[in-house]
Design a protein around this ligand. Structure first.
Ligand code: PLP
Length: 436
């Protein structure tokens, strides 16, 4: 199988820049997965991006299925977003005082996601989940939280728990530097295991403040909720007086305008957002029931603040992006693009008898090199990561930029044309045939 060392791409300038970056930044990057450790070799340094394409510093061009890890659903440098950010920047970058744009974006979020009655903007998805959990604890007066192994909710200490096998693992930190005391109240169970959640509520009936869940798990590849799983979380949290938090940082405004909760017809108590609502600028948000949100300072006692929160440029990018997404037919178009890709790739897998799992919902997908269906972190971890690494580099050579890890989801943007999707399927077919 092919590795990065054998790629025929010319990447000399990327390699030079990476060598320099490694002397200045830990691992040469500012977020670990960018370093390509999941596939070996060195990362590609990007020069610019437009529409569905990324251009690297060596002059190579790639169809982009990473989309900055989700935000760029319209494609890169989308004209109305560029214009909105340019205009906002000419009026000043940040004031630390209220602007109307914050209410405009808040209204767009509230109108699109019915469970959200009030919203607070922050600067990242990490801040959104961290703050939502503080709020859930403030509201319930309880300390314990339930999360699911393989779900990522950002890098706040208490959430850096993925847990190993077994039904329930009392929080053991995933990273040095996280004191065990900090994660002692984090209970972690397998995704799609409603029985394990019920068992935790029976064990700690009056101690669990919240369940936090990715309604589609997109940080272990792509794992869909099995029928009834999310509904069971709703029932149990209501029964025991816990707050149900949907982390829609990834799925919000991606799988539907109203996120996964719209697709499953559910009403979580709180929702976390990020990525798309900032159109590529740093933003996060949490929102939900007014009764809970009114505990947030200064209206209520739960403290949470930010120098750059509600930043005018980020609000402008978010408003322009959501306005485009609210145009009729956008999600139908994304679904149609997703279907083209699904049909093509599934046919390749069938014809070539490749033991792999193609998973897709709307404009997100993942190809697992695994013979078994993937339903949770344990089964995701059994996929063949060496095969994935080889596939990744050969796709790159054919001009397709995928996330450099088996455990990340791929994203489809509105900028991808049907011809480009067909080219992608052809590349998958050629790469898998060669590997056979
Ligand atoms: N929640 C989910 C579901 C995510 O996918 C991510 C990031 O990928 C986060 C939270 C953290 O967001 P950020 O990287 O903006 O802090």
């Amino acid at each position: 199988q092919q590795s990065s060392a054998e790629t025929s791409l010319s990447l000399a300038r990327s390699h030079e820049l990476f060598a320099e970056a490694q002397t200045l930044l830990p691992g040469g990057v500012n977020s670990p997965v960018r370093a390509f450790r999941g596939v070996g070799g060195a990362p590609i340094f990007i020069d610019r991006a437009e529409g569905s394409y990324l251009y690297d510093v060596d002059g190579n061009r790639y169809l982009d299925y990473v989309q900055s890890w989700g935000p760029m659903i319209l494609g890169h440098s989308y004209p109305s977003v560029v214009q909105a950010v340019t205009e906002a920047s000419q009026r000043g970058f940040s004031f630390g005082a209220p602007t109307q744009a914050e209410s405009v974006l808040a209204r767009l979020v509230i109108e699109s996601v019915p469970s959200v009655e009030m919203v607070r903007f922050v600067n990242s998805g990490t801040e959104a989940t961290m703050s939502a959990l503080r709020l859930a604890r403030a509201y319930t007066g309880r300390s314990k939280i339930i999360k699911f192994s393989g779900c990522y909710h950002g890098h706040a200490d208490m959430l850096l728990v993925q847990a190993g096998s077994g039904v329930a693992t009392m929080g053991l930190p995933d990273s040095p530097g996280v004191p065990a005391e900090t994660t002692a109240n984090t209970l972690s169970v397998a995704y799609n295991d409603g029985d394990a959640v019920a068992e935790l509520f029976r064990t700690y009936p009056n101690e669990i403040a919240a369940i936090i869940v990715e309604p589609v798990a997109a940080n272990m590849g792509l794992v869909l909720p099995q029928p009834g799983f999310l509904e069971r979380l709703r029932t149990l949290s209501s029964q025991y007086g816990a707050v149900l938090i949907f982390d829609e940082v990834m799925t919000g405004f991606r799988v539907a305008l109203g996120g996964m909760q719209e697709r499953v017809g559910m009403t979580p108590d709180l929702t976390c957002f990020g990525k798309i609502i900032g159109g590529g600028l740093p933003v996060g948000a949490y929102g939900g029931r007014r009764e809970i949100m009114q505990l947030v300072a200064p209206l209520g006692p739960m403290y949470q603040a930010g120098t750059l929160s509600g930043n005018p440029l980020a609000m402008a990018a978010g408003i322009a992006t959501l306005n485009e997404l609210r145009q009729p037919g956008q999600y139908e178009r994304l679904e149609q693009k997703g279907q083209l890709l699904s049909e093509g790739i599934e046919r390749v897998l069938y014809d070539q008898k490749i033991p792999a799992q193609f998973v897709r919902i709307g404009a997100m997908f993942c190809l697992y090199f695994s013979a078994e269906p993937v339903t949770n972190y344990a089964s995701a971890r059994r996929s063949d990561t060496a095969h994935f690494a080889s596939y990744f580099w050969q796709m790159l050579e054919r001009g397709i930029y995928l996330p450099p890890s088996q455990f990340e989801a791929c994203f489809i943007s509105l900028a991808l044309t049907n011809a480009q999707l067909a080219d992608t399927v052809a590349a998958v077919s050629a790469v898998l045939k060669k590997q056979d």
